[in-house]
Design a protein. Structure first.
Length: 114
């Protein structure tokens, strides 16, 4: 359980092997974290805690709001009006990249993943 929960039922899925970031775990460990997170989310929904939805959050790096440098997945029960949110800049709602830019970035990323 998270010791500073966003809402009741906020659970952390933490691998036993230390790894500071996603780059430090192998794909099977990442899959295990998500699989367990999915099971925890189902248990939270069935538990009776107030839960209209679930956020799965994994912060990777300080700029992504990672405060504890050990990979962990937050399973956060959510309900309307709970006050938790990510804040988007005003530009988020007004700027859209050109399709060509999105396609080029996708192509670059795909090439790096091969």
């Amino acid at each position: 359980m998270d010791i500073r929960p966003v809402n009741a039922g906020h659970v952390l899925v933490i691998p036993t092997r230390h790894a500071a970031s996603l780059a430090d775990i192998d794909p099977s460990e990442a899959a295990d974290i998500m699989t367990l997170g999915q099971s925890v989310a189902a248990a939270v929904r069935a538990s009776g805690v107030r839960c209209e939805g679930i956020n799965l959050m994994l912060a990777d790096g300080a700029a992504a709001m990672q405060e504890v440098f050990h990979v962990h997945l937050h399973v956060i029960p959510r309900y309307r009006g709970d006050g938790f949110r990510l804040h988007f800049s005003p530009e988020y709602y007004t700027r859209q990249p050109e399709r060509a830019q999105l396609d080029e970035t996708a192509k670059t990323l795909a090439g790096l993943m091969s």
